[in-house]
Structures are given as structure tokens and as C-alpha cells.
Write a protein that binds this ligand. Structure first.
Ligand code: COA
Ligand code: MG
Length: 289
């Protein structure tokens, strides 16, 4: 399963939990971390647990949970409260390296058994660029856990951790540090053979800007993007779904290589293995829901 769109839903908001279901997002990420104020965390845990239990059919929409960072005393109580609801996966914020993923894997092994949830069924996506130390560990994720399904990145918490007053330059573009970590996250995910998922676009009223950023992310190699508002979902799904023209062209490229040649000509242009790989990737996208 690939996720084009993953919509964050604050775990303590009844209205937003209700709205998320019809949003069309490939996955919801029920949040127990930053969008939930500390005094409401207990209620958020029980609301998320209840929501998971009430939505067992995940064929159309997976349900993930963002827990609190492992470095806090909230992470284990988060997991203990929600595992019985059999979430499809855990989004792990402020991951410092693959060793965090391994620790979470072990916690899940124990909790799945305790709660009668299928062993190994709960996957993990790590937010891999939120702390300065994490940037030096992006190469550690390959093979760390069979649960690891994706990596994503964040520019907001990293900026705060670095002491930056903003993560933007004078033109409003992401500053060099954050463009660098975006690229590193992409390479880290691909090298670990997991899905690279682009980060949030916070200006949820700017659909055009989101469309541009989503298409740029796809061109770069990302296979999905995080949403924070239901209005963003269709734009993201659209950007990460190949057009009929993309598919037709990809089929022609694959057919051109059908005779086993390493290099072929198509429409007066030379094509070789990278083009074939790219075409196969486009066709792979079409297998998504
Ligand atoms: N998930 C589900 N529903 C959402 C939603 C979300 N992320 N964001 C907004 N909605 C709902 C609202 O509840 C509202 O529906 P309602 O009228 O039935 O209550 C409708 O969509 C329109 O919302 P709108 O008024 O445009 O936005 P808002 O001011 O209520 O909320 C945010 C704006 C940014 C606070 C909200 O989008 C949000 O909470 N986003 C997620 C934040 C988050 O999880 N951050 C952590 C990851 S970075
Ligand atoms: Mg955060």
C-alpha cells in the first residue's frame, strides 16, 4: 500500500475525527502529539482508541496514530492506550535514528501480543529530520525493522531546535538547511526501500501553492504528502496520481523495451534503463487505490 495523502487529525477533536473519514485521504494520522494540549492527552488517547475500534474496515482508509516522542514519558502510555484498536501504523515524531524505530518495534511486539493484535501488523513511519542529531543518522534506517514503511521530514520542529527564527529565506522559500534535509530524507527513504513522504504545506488556504509543491515533490521522487486540512487531500491525491497521458506514455516505454534491448529509440529519442525504471514506477503508481 502506498499513501498519496496522509491527513493529520487532532486526536481530541470530535468534529475533525468525524470529518476525516470522508476526506478521501488514503490514511488519517490521529494525533496525540503537538496538536493536542497536554491537559487533553488522556481524553485524546481514549477518543483515538474508540475511533480505531469503531473503524475496523480499513480498505478505503488506513488509520495511523502519531504518538509522542520516545524521549518523553508519554510515548508508552500512548501506545498502551491505543494498540488494542489495531492501528495500521505509528507515526514516530522526533526520531533520532534507527535505534528509536527498533525500540518502538519491540514495544509493539509486546503490546500486540497483550492486546491480541496480529504480530507485526502495526507498521512505522518515522519523522526523521526533526532534531539536529537526527540529520547525522539518516543513513541508519535500511533494514532496521520490517515494520518500517516510510520516512518523512519536518522543517518546523527542526527550525525551533536549531534556534532559527524562521525556516524561510527573504523570498519565502525554504532556507538551505531545510531543502537539504528534504533531499536527505528522500535519499534515506529510498535507500531503506521505504516510502518517501513529503512534509506538510501549512498555508491550507493556498491550494495552488500546495498543488505546485506536491507536483515538485513527485518530480523529486516523493510518493505522497502529509495534509493538515481536508481541503488539501484532493489536491495531493491528484498530484500523486499519474494522468492518463502519463500512463499511456509509460506503457509505450515499457513496450519499447519488450524485446530485451538495453537501449531503444522512441519518438526520435534515446531511452535506456533509467527511463524504463521511471516508466515502471509510473505504472506502479496506478496500482494504488
Ligand atoms: N482533519 C479533519 N477535519 C478538519 C481538519 C483536519 N485536519 N482541519 C479542519 N477540519 C474540519 C473542521 O473541523 C471544519 O469542519 P466543521 O465545520 O464540521 O467543524 C472544516 O474542516 C473546515 O475547517 P476550517 O474552519 O477551514 O479550519 P479550522 O480553522 O477549523 O482548522 C486547523 C484549521 C489548522 C487548526 C486544522 O486544519 C487542524 O487542526 N489541522 C491539523 C493540525 C495538526 O494535526 N497538526 C499536527 C501536524 S503538523
Ligand atoms: Mg511537530
Amino acid at each position: 500500500m502506498n499513501w498519496r495523502s496522509m491527513l493529520f487529525v487532532p486526536g481530541d477533536s470530535e468534529r475533525k475525527l468525524a470529518k476525516g473519514e470522508g476526506s478521501g485521504a488514503d490514511a488519517l494520522v490521529l494525533d496525540l502529539e503537538d496538536s493536542v494540549p497536554a491537559p487533553r492527552i488522556a481524553i485524546a488517547r481514549s477518543m483515538v482508541r474508540e475511533y480505531l475500534g469503531g473503524h475496523r474496515d480499513r480498505a478505503k482508509q488506513e488509520l495511523w496514530v502519531r504518538i509522542n516522542p520516545l524521549s518523553t514519558d508519554k510515548a508508552l502510555p500512548d501506545l498502551a492506550a491505543i494498540t488494542a484498536g489495531a492501528p495500521d501504523g505509528i507515526l514516530l515524531p522526533k526520531t533520532t535514528s534507527a535505534s528509536d524505530v527498533i525500540v518502538l518495534d519491540h514495544y509493539l511486539c509486546a503490546l500486540e501480543v497483550r492486546e491480541g493484535v496480529a504480530p507485526g501488523s502495526i507498521r512505522i513511519i518515522a519523522v526523521a529530520t526533526e532534531t539536529p542529531a537526527a540529520l547525522f543518522a539518516l543513513g541508519t534506517f535500511a533494514g532496521c525493522s520490517p515494520r518500517l514503511a516510510g520516512l518523512t521530514w519536518g522543517a518546523e520542529d527542526l527550525a525551533a531546535a536549531l534556534g532559527a527564527s524562521t525556516n524561510r529565506d527573504d523570498d519565502g522559500n525554504l532556507d538551505f538547511t531545510y531543502r537539504l534535509v528534504r533531499s536527505l530524507c528522500l535519499a534515506a527513504a529510498v535507500s531503506a526501500n521505504v516510502q518517501p513522504i513529503d512534509t506538510v504545506f501549512v498555508d491550507f488556504k493556498d491550494g495552488e501553492g500546495l498543488g505546485r509543491e506536491s507536483r515538485a515533490a513527485l518530480r523529486a521522487g516523493f510518493t505522497g504528502k502529509i495534509a493538515i486540512h481536508p481541503d488539501q487531500v484532493a489536491i495531493i491525491n491528484n498530484a500523486f496520481t499519474p494522468t492518463p497521458e502519463d500512463i499511456a506514455h509509460a506503457k509505450r516505454v515499457v513496450e519499447a523495451f519488450a524485446n530485451g534491448a538495453g537501449t531503444v529509440a522512441l519518438d526520435g529519442k534515446m531511452l535506456d534503463m533509467p527511463h524504463l525504471k521511471q516508466a515502471q514506477r509510473v505504472l506502479g503508481f496506478t496500482n494504488r487505490r
